[in-house]
Design a protein around this ligand. Structure first.
Ligand code: AMP
Length: 286
């Protein structure tokens, strides 16, 4: 497995693969791998000739009071895990390599970032769209895999790819969960034992919403009021948002008629956790 730190070396590596008619798939990450990350690498290996995993804790997607400085890292372990899955290259740039002196260009979407996580994280998706654009230009992949765990991020990247005419296939991969339902996340490591118990409010909210909709409830306000009360019953939780919306535009839905995204963000102690699911209502609910 190649370990590449310089942009010029990454570009040269990809050029060689292309000359040999090898397809390339990119898996962008911030490291501290769990099974969710590994599932993306596996998906890439399954579908493409060469897999490039990038590990970069991107400073521009963190707000001022967020966890950039404390974001967990485990580089040696990550490299070992990527190697065991036969990733072909790991791109491991420094912050100075990516954002050179006098850096001043950003990619910003007009609508999608004003929903869900973007409300409390106003600079986040600008940072995400910018780093992914740069990675696309550096690695020049045929495809890239992203987790549905970060549903809004996936939509932002799909839209940005289309708008910017990148000829890159965007693949969404399912959410990998712990056995008790908690969606895997590098940030789960911040949770104390007690907070870990409260963290189950997210996946359990998803089950509750699915149930309410399957029983014919179509009024979003009614559903969200019940869910907010349910979450408040867990110790130390603070709701950032709970939302029922159109999976494509992320606009709120008042009456549930068709495919609906339920998404939520809850802060437990200092840790902000997110989860989501796309619900297909039963005929009875239409
Ligand atoms: P991160 O390192 O948190 O930036 O995540 C890198 C990629 O892994 C993103 O595409 C995430 O959506 C994806 N990811 C994170 N957690 C999970 C999970 N539990 N299941 C599937 N994909 C995930």
């Amino acid at each position: 497995m190649a370990i590449i730190k310089k942009i010029s070396e990454m570009q040269a590596w990809s050029k060689i693969q292309k000359k040999q008619d090898q397809t390339i798939c990119l898996v962008p990450t911030m490291g501290y791998f769990h099974k969710g990350h590994l599932s993306l690498i596996e998906k890439s290996k399954e579908l493409y000739d060469k897999t490039v995993v990038s590990i970069f804790v991107n400073p521009t997607q963190f707000g001022e009071n967020e966890d950039l400085d404390s974001y967990p890292t485990a580089l040696e372990k990550d490299l070992d895990k990527a190697d065991k899955l036969n990733a072909d290259a790991v791109f491991l740039p420094t912050k100075d390599e990516i954002y050179k002196k006098n850096y001043q260009t950003y990619v910003e979407l007009e609508k999608l970032p004003h929903h869900l996580c973007g409300v409390s994280r106003p600079v986040h998706f600008k940072g995400v769209a910018t780093i992914v654009t740069k990675l696309f230009n550096i690695v020049d992949p045929d495809a890239a895999v992203f987790g549905q765990k970060d549903f809004q991020q996936l939509q932002v990247i799909r839209q940005m790819t289309k708008d910017m005419n990148f000829n890159i296939k965007i693949i969404g991969a399912p959410i990998i969960r712990e056995t008790d339902g908690l969606a895997m996340s590098s940030r789960n490591t911040y949770l104390t034992l007690e907070q870990r118990k409260s963290s189950l409010c997210l996946s359990q909210s998803i089950e509750k919403v699915k149930k309410m909709i399957s029983l014919g409830e179509t009024d979003s306000d009614t559903i969200l009021r019940k869910i907010d009360a349910f979450i408040k019953g867990f110790k130390g939780t603070k709701i950032d948002y709970t939302a029922l919306c159109d999976p494509e535009t992320l606009d709120s839905i008042e009456k549930i008629k068709g495919q609906t995204l339920f998404a939520l963000a809850v802060t437990i102690g200092k840790t902000r956790l997110i989860d989501n699911t796309v619900i297909e209502p039963f005929d009875g609910a239409r």
